[in-house]
Design a protein around this ligand. Structure first.
Ligand code: HSE
Length: 425
């Protein structure tokens, strides 16, 4: 093994600059730990002119990807350009050329798991992606190693900071969704096109990765239910807070129920006495239960320049220390048979209905719920100008029956807007 380890960094954006800054600040620490010299040999980006606010020797900047991929001295390639292509092409070429890979690219890992793991195995290199889920929170490595003695029972994650920031602000400042989203965009917390974060796709990709590591089962996004938070109103948040002593969180959930895997992303009413209720703002938290350890909660910054760089550089240290270790992951079991359909979910539900103010409305609604075996736990009706909002919480019901009941309720003449239902943890 060489006494010097050379790193090539592809992508000099926010996280890339964080990696450079981390190495500038803490290289001594890192070198002492691995007992080798570590050198950032090349940084490749299409734009090497913009000042990134970090100290870097101009000589290591390049726009030519071959300066990393074809340099036999480079041992570890860090990919931080994101997206599917050319990231996939670069990573595969790096591995074919015998280089270990570190990436934060959750979209790529979630979509191309088998191809990437097979290539790593074939080329006897490692691919590490701790930064792809939960930013700076140590999640994948602890799940794969420290918790390896457990059969995992469940994973509940708040793994999108943007959605969590919006829900937190809506709750703390009694503001509506659009208002908070606009502010989050102005402050740079939310993208100008926030769809990916607020509609649950980002959480879904991260959940796919958590589920492979935690349960060894690979589920494509099209095979599970993914629902975002754009339909959540201030009324829902207030009802959860004031009537149920709860909050609303966008949860990514994977759990075993009767031997089948339930996997889903959706807003969820979480009681204030659950640890996840304390995960606020842009922070992320993952609560999991193992059969030996019991409940474990991991919490921290789920995004950002330095927190994400911390995970990326941590992966580099792991690779340098454990280079001879066999490849950690292989192609995962892809089994649709074992995946529960959302229709089979059993849950309590909160419903928000907007109805006309006339006799018999409640009778009609409760009649339909009862037709679908749905029992009402509590109900509040409010007098307002534009129709009457009714808030219901049901006892445990079957999702298939809940959906059918809501579809039928929404066809009633007295219903003035689409009924919203939110699952209760
Ligand atoms: N967009 C993500 C979030 C961060 O809001 O949490 C990157 O994974």
């Amino acid at each position: 093994m060489k006494d010097i380890v050379n790193i090539g960094l592809i992508g000099f954006g926010t996280i890339g600059s964080g990696v450079v800054e981390t190495l500038n600040r803490n290289l001594d620490l890192l070198e002492n730990k691995v007992n080798k010299k570590v050198k950032l040999k090349k940084v490749v980006d299409l734009d090497i002119k913009t000042d990134r606010g970090v100290v870097i020797s101009p000589g290591i900047l390049s726009t030519d990807i071959d300066d990393i991929l074809e340099d036999p001295d480079i041992d570890i390639v860090i990919e931080l350009i994101g997206g599917y292509q050319p990231a996939l092409k670069f990573i595969l070429r790096a591995m074919e050329n015998g280089k270990h890979v570190v990436t934060a690219n959750k979209a790529l890992i979630a979509k191309h798991w088998d191809e990437l793991m097979i290539s790593a195995q074939r080329n006897h290199v490692r691919i590490c992606f701790e930064a792809s889920v939960g930013g700076g929170i140590p999640l994948l490595q602890p799940l794969n190693e420290c918790l390896a003695a457990n059969h995992l029972e469940s994973i509940y994650g708040i793994i999108n900071g943007t959605a969590n920031y919006i829900l937190t602000k809506m709750s703390e400042e009694s503001r509506n969704f659009e208002d908070v989203l606009k502010e989050a965009q102005e402050k740079g917390y939310a993208e100008s096109d926030p769809t990916f974060d607020i509609e649950g796709d980002d959480s879904a990709q991260k959940l796919i990765i958590l589920t492979i590591i935690g349960f060894g089962i690979y589920v494509k996004q099209e095979h599970f239910h993914v629902e975002g938070i754009s339909h959540i109103t201030q009324e829902d948040i207030s009802f959860a807070k004031n009537e149920l002593n709860s909050c609303i969180k966008l949860l990514a959930i994977s759990k075993l129920v009767d031997g089948n895997l339930e996997i889903r992303v959706h807003p969820t009413i979480v009681p204030m006495d659950h640890l996840l209720s304390s995960v606020n703002g842009v922070f992320n938290g993952v609560y999991l239960v193992g059969d030996i350890v019991g409940p474990v909660m991991m919490y921290g910054p789920g995004a950002g320049m330095l927190p994400t760089a911390s995970a990326v550089v941590g992966d580099c240290i792991d690779i340098i220390e454990n280079r001879e270790k066999p490849v950690l992951y292989g192609p995962a079991e892809t089994s649709v048979r074992k995946i529960s359909n959302i229709n089979d979910l059993k849950s309590k539900y909160y419903l928000r209905l907007l109805t006309e103010d006339k006799p018999g409305v409640l009778h009609e609604i409760s009649g339909i719920l009862s037709e679908y075996n749905i029992s009402i736990g509590s109900m509040i009706q409010k007098q307002e100008n534009e129709g009457i909002p009714i808030f219901l919480v049901t006892h445990t019901a079957l999702e298939m029956e809940m959906r059918a009941a809501v579809e039928k309720i929404d066809q009633l003449d007295c219903i003035k807007d689409k009924t919203i239902f939110i699952r209760v943890l």
